[in-house]
Design a binder for this molecule. Structure first.
Ligand code: CTP
Ligand code: MG
Length: 258
């Protein structure tokens, strides 16, 4: 794979300055969001996510102008606070990059172009398994890829303080730290209470249910099995935890009819 070691590029395996504005540059399917996930998610402004916020459809190209407008408002607020920020978008257009560099300059933050130079064929192949609204047509992916290759040498002149190739940075440890910090808190290894017997509940229903969930001492209602109450406002449901819901020993929950 090509590496981009320009005169002012960071040395390989470097640490990206903090705070800074990182602009990911890569075709659809190159792995931008995967790289972005190695930063805490509050630091990542993903254009597809803003498209979804304004239109309910992350693949809705017609909503791009509104999505960009909303993203810029958040970007301004973050950079004014000197917060590390990662822009997860293809950023293959010069005018888009120019706006990002100008915004960071105005707030006195350094800019990093993080180039994700995954082969065009791989980017195209990766479109196949995606939901229809997220599949980018092959000719568009190839055009984005060609644009990425073409712009790399000029990135320093566009005002980027650092230009790095994704293959030249180490982010796995950062990712594992993010992931393991929250797991440690779940387990109570950080000195907190941990989730205890709510771990199972979260695994089964997801995190949204936890604030509404109370285990109840009412096992008579469920032939000796554990009972929980889920309550929201005037609504409440009682669930029995069954240890063998399917005859194969799997744990499950059953709504108890009053
Ligand atoms: N992927 C992979 N190996 C990597 C990086 C990504 O196999 N080193 C896979 C991901 O699991 C995903 C696909 O490649 O299924 C695309 O990665 P993604 O991060 O979603 O690419 P983006 O560049 O964010 O694509 P888009 O611009 O369409 O959002
Ligand atoms: Mg993405």
């Amino acid at each position: 794979m090509k590496t981009f070691r320009l005169d002012n590029a960071l040395p390989l395996n470097t640490t990206i300055p903090e705070p800074s504005l990182i602009c990911l540059i890569g075709a659809a399917g190159s792995g931008k969001s995967t790289w972005a996930s190695t930063w805490p998610d509050t630091q990542v402004l993903e254009l597809d996510r803003f498209r979804a916020m304004v239109s309910d459809d992350g693949g809705c190209q017609e909503s791009t102008a509104d999505a960009v407008f909303a993203l810029q408002a958040v970007l301004e607020a973050r950079l004014a606070r000197r917060k590390m920020t990662v822009i997860d978008a293809t950023n293959c257009e010069k005018s888009v990059r120019a706006d990002l560099v100008a915004t960071a300059r105005r707030h006195g933050l350094p800019t990093v172009a993080l180039v994700i130079a995954t082969l065009a064929d791989v980017c195209v192949e990766r479109q196949e398994g995606r939901p229809a609204n997220r599949q980018v047509p092959e000719h568009v992916v190839r055009a984005q890829h060609a644009a990425m290759v073409e712009v790399v040498p000029g990135l320093p002149d566009e005002g980027f303080d650092y230009v790095v190739g994704a293959e030249g940075i180490s982010r796995l440890e950062a990712l594992l730290h993010c992931v393991s910090d929250s797991r440690r808190a779940d387990l109570g290894w950080d000195g907190g209470e941990g989730l205890g017997d709510l771990l199972l509940v979260r695994r089964y229903f997801g995190p949204e249910i936890l604030p509404l969930w109370r285990w109840r001492d009412a096992s008579v209602l469920a032939d000796g099995d554990r009972v929980a109450e889920v309550r929201l406002g005037a609504d409440s449901l009682y669930l029995a935890q069954r240890t063998d819901i399917d005859g194969e020993g799997d744990v499950g929950f059953e709504v108890l009819v009053a």
